[in-house]
Design a protein around this ligand. Structure first.
Ligand SMILES: [Zn+2]
Ligand SMILES: [Zn+2]
Length: 270
């Protein structure tokens, strides 16, 4: 994929390849740097998805891992071995996922520290702390030229720290995991319901709606994607409606986009 026309500056490109409890992967590109955030599907699904948006898997410079749950790491080892791609994670996540992703070449085992920025080419990456039931889960903000994109899914609540990282993002992928009534009345065993609802679980549609309302009122956010929807306790139209209705109650008319389970989102170029 071309990196934009230098005459007009370079584009930052963002695409949610797949999002949901069945597997997550997102793409961020800037100039000649192509980054995969999580690889929670089969290697071949991610390959096909990248090709669908005209990115050659050979060109992926890094796979960044948010946390060690299977829906975020399933294909990471496969892709790393197949295309010689470095995997970046914090130390606690490496400890937890090492036995799950197979043998990784030592030169492809890379570390970052939560809260410390690092760079890949001209992309600055900020891994930030979030609350979720994993070893040391992070969200990521990406700074590309004047633009910023943030991925914040798999979080029990929006802490001040998470909110600060979402602020002023041109693109945000925010979790809208479940409808609370569907979850409570659904078939999951109570301990699992409790885990999902806990501060270490997942963000509900209502939580997402409240947060989005605040960010929009502060004029602190650009394009918004709702993602990581639960298969059993949510539906895209319910998540969408919950957020749109909450905004309309306040007289806010705003475009809300969906990051879906089985298809790529549109590609944002800014
Ligand atoms: Zn997840
Ligand atoms: Zn998770």
């Amino acid at each position: 994929m071309e990196g934009g026309s230098p005459a007009f500056g370079y584009f930052m490109r963002f695409c949610s390849l797949r999002s949901g409890s069945s597997g997550n992967a997102a793409y961020i590109g800037y100039k000649d740097v192509h980054i995969l955030v999580d690889a929670g599907l089969s290697g071949s699904t991610i390959e096909k998805s990248l090709l669908n948006i005209d990115v050659d898997p050979h060109d992926i410079a890094a796979i960044l891992i948010t946390h060690e749950h299977n829906d975020h790491i399933k294909g990471a080892g496969i892709l790393s071995r197949r295309y010689d791609i470095p995997i970046y994670a914090n130390e606690a996540t490496w400890v937890s996922m090492e036995g799950l992703i197979g043998e990784i070449e030592p030169h492809n085992k890379r570390f970052f520290k939560t809260g410390e920025d690092f760079t890949l080419g001209d992309v600055k990456i900020r891994p930030f702390k979030k609350s979720h039931d994993a070893s040391e889960p992070v969200g990521f903000s990406f700074f590309c030229g004047q633009n910023k994109a943030t991925i914040a899914t798999d979080l029990g609540y929006i802490s001040r720290g998470v909110a600060a990282n979402i602020m002023d993002s041109d693109v945000v992928l925010l979790e809208s995991n479940h409808d609370v009534d569907m979850l409570i009345n659904g078939t999951y065993p109570w301990p699992l319901k409790k885990r999902i609802l806990s501060p270490h679980g997942h963000l509900s549609n209502k939580d997402a709606a409240e947060a989005i309302k605040k960010f929009i009122k502060l004029k602190a956010v650009g394009k918004i994607y709702l993602g990581h929807l639960s298969q059993n306790n949510n539906k895209p139209e319910i998540a969408y409606k919950t957020v749109i209705d909450a905004l309309r109650e306040e007289g806010i008319d705003y475009e809300i986009n969906m990051a879906l389970r089985y298809e790529e989102s549109d590609i944002v170029e800014i």
